[in-house]
Design a protein around this ligand. Structure first.
Ligand code: M7G
Length: 330
């Protein structure tokens, strides 16, 4: 077991490689792994051609856009980040303020904070596949009921042919990408894992803490593959993940929501660690399975996830939904 990083603070932890001030990636593998190199003022998004807004939310202050980047299909996600308490003094003293209206004791302003406090978290998927575009498109979804037999007959053959590439996961495990972002690693090939920030988290504040633990074993696709054989692996992740988050981010286990998705988007086993109270996308009961429950269920029945009926939502145009319909299961 090795702790591979230096001590970091939650405040501005690590480089955010997807800010608008793009930092040039020094690609070190043909599979898209790369290390964040020195900063560059080059804006790789200056030529981005928007073709459609896939979804947006005024409340969440984000927008998912489809378009072309150097003739390739791309998805760009722009998201305003929370205002940090420790930046308030600078916001009040260092901003430009324009009065919009004043009425009695009420007044509204337009405030322009210093540029470094006004960043927009930006995620780029390029080249994006049709499946990525569907993933980010707002759509109606339907709850599916999957028995153990349905998994074997319908889901497994589908995901073996159709699922997203897990190259990015292999890049992390092989230190070809995001190596400098690793928070903790247990390198054991059987019970080991890598813990690092999910790319949804900009690491600027712990309020929306989001880390993922990716297992070193490469043959566990999802919850469905887990048996009591995997208990040492799951317990190891649970224990060391909680310890690391307490040490590094000062959040006790009682403040964490630790879970697996079923169905996941990426079929290489990984566990989500999010802060309790932060409504992370996909943390609802129809998709998230608490790791603590998973462990107990496997302790009670070693074949629990092979035999149980599992429920999950699928989007209207998900190919897997069509397969369930064809099989008369919906
Ligand atoms: P999931 O349950 O397979 O699917 O979780 P979801 O994306 O539908 O939730 C995969 C998790 O990995 C998600 O929380 C993603 O935000 C995160 N993730 C995806 N990619 C491609 C990356 C990446 O390249 N780096 C990191 N650090 N996280 C990623």
């Amino acid at each position: 077991m090795a702790d591979t990083t230096t001590k970091r603070e939650p405040d501005g932890v690590g480089p955010d490689d997807l800010t608008l001030k793009v930092k040039r990636a020094k690609t070190d593998s043909e599979n898209g792994g790369g290390e964040v190199g020195e900063e560059s003022e080059t804006n790789v998004l200056s030529g981005f051609q928007t073709s459609a807004v896939l979804s947006d939310s005024a409340r969440e202050k984000n927008i998912f856009i489809r378009g072309k980047l150097a003739d390739q299909d791309a998805v760009v996600i722009l998201e305003k980040t929370p205002i940090r308490e420790d930046s308030l003094a600078e916001i009040f003293s260092g901003s430009r303020l324009k009065l919009e209206m004043k009425n009695d004791i009420y007044s509204t302003y337009r405030l322009q904070p210093p540029t470094h406090l006004n960043e927009v978290k930006t995620t780029v998927v390029c080249p994006a596949t049709e499946k990525h575009i569907k993933k980010y498109q707002r759509q109606e979804s339907f709850l599916v009921e999957e028995t153990g037999e349905d998994y074997q007959a319908i889901t497994l053959p589908y995901i073996q042919k159709q699922s997203f590439s897990v190259q990015w996961v292999h890049n992390i495990l092989e230190k070809k990408a995001e190596a400098d972002r690793i928070v903790f690693e247990d390198p054991d090939q059987k019970v080991g894992f890598v813990l690092l920030p999910d790319f949804k988290w900009d690491q600027k504040q712990v309020d929306d803490l989001y880390l993922i633990a990716i297992v070193h074993q490469r043959n566990i696709k999802s919850l469905r593959d887990l048996t009591s054989e995997h208990l040492p692996l799951l317990q190891n992740i649970f224990q060391k993940g909680k310890e690391t988050i307490l040490q590094r981010f000062n959040l006790p286990a009682s403040k964490l929501r630790v879970y697996l998705h079923y169905q996941p988007s990426y079929y290489h086993l990984h566990i989500h660690f999010t802060k309790l109270g932060y409504e992370a996308p996909g943390c609802g009961v129809e998709r998230a399975h608490l790791l603590a429950d998973v462990i107990q269920n496997l302790q009670a029945d070693p074949q629990y996830y092979k035999t149980r009926t599992l429920y999950f939502p699928l989007r209207a145009d998900d190919g897997l939904l069509s397969k369930f319909k064809e099989a008369g299961r919906l």
